[in-house]
Design a protein around this ligand. Structure first.
Ligand code: NAP
Length: 247
């Protein structure tokens, strides 16, 4: 059976790995990103790997009118969407968010509000078709606000809560909602960070986990899986200790 896959933020490191992974199955793609040149490169790569069809659509995730048009175009092109993945995001400069309110709000919108807008728009289409999986990439950072990146964490927490409620609504319509919570992943987003090698996954590993979680209709995926344990412990640390730590 072939799969129809819609990816928003299709040029992201993780999304590209997911796309490549799906070419092992019979898959058609509708790829959305804001940079048409990068989109064309990703589309050519997937075609070269045997994708049945690849459509592209250039849109900024913060342009909600464009997202609405994108959904109409995607459903028109694919007819049915089996899997939608919302994968765009930025890693804000936390120090700058503390002194530049416009920047902070923009980054909150880029990581939280725009993903919520996309989920809301796609949910209506999924509800009409009565099946499919709507997957969104949050982050372990959304599980607890940390002093070093709480603007990003707050946006991902908003997305997490929205996806949880949407999951309950969509379940009754036969549609599945998956929240993906990666830990550290080696992508352009983290290329300038000094991440601990043992805790940093390759995007291919994360993509494998995502494809499996979609197939198994998992509700929440921590990827790699050991992050579930790490975040359980981090959430248990009392505030009196947490606020003094550099966790
Ligand atoms: N890497 C990690 O350690 C990590 C950990 C946890 C969660 N995540 C999440 O995983 C997802 C994928 O990230 P990644 O690691 O694969 O990062 P990435 O390679 O840096 O990709 C980020 C993507 O988001 C796109 N984007 C940013 N703002 C956008 C906007 N307003 N409209 C449309 N596209 C926009 C970028 O497009 P351009 O190329 O046009 O800039 C880029 O394709 C993100 O949601 C991220 O928060 C990543």
């Amino acid at each position: 059976m072939s799969l129809n896959i819609l990816i928003l933020g299709a040029t992201s490191g993780i999304a590209q790995a997911v796309g490549r992974r799906y070419t092992r199955e019979q898959a058609s793609f509708f790829l959305v990103a804001r940079d048409q040149v990068k989109l064309d490169m990703v589309a050519a790569d997937l075609r070269g790997r045997g994708a049945l069809a690849v459509h592209t659509f250039a849109a900024d995730a913060l342009d909600y009118a464009a997202l609405d048009t994108m959904c109409a175009t995607a459903w028109n092109a694919l007819q049915t969407v089996d899997v939608a993945l919302i994968a765009h995001g930025t890693l804000p400069d936390q120090d700058r968010t503390q002194v530049d309110l416009d920047y902070a709000i923009h980054e909150f919108r880029a990581n939280g509000e725009s993903a919520i807008a996309a989920m809301g728009l796609m949910a209506r289409r999924f509800e009409e078709q009565g099946r499919g999986v709507l997957a969104v990439i949050g982050s372990v950072a959304g599980d607890r606000g940390r002093g070093s990146n709480y603007l990003y964490g707050a946006a991902k927490a908003a997305l997490d809560a929205y996806a949880s409620g949407l999951r309950a609504r969509m379940f009754k319509a036969g549609v599945h909602v998956l929240t993906i919570k990666p830990g550290f992943v080696a992508t352009p987003m983290t290329a300038n960070l000094d991440l601990p090698a043992r805790l940093t996954a390759q995007p291919e590993r994360v993509a494998e986990d995502i494809v499996r979680a979609v197939a198994r209709r998992k509700d929440v995926l921590y990827t790699p899986g050991f992050w579930r344990l790490i975040m359980t412990v981090i959430k248990l640390v009392p505030n009196a200790i947490f606020k003094r730590s550099n966790l």
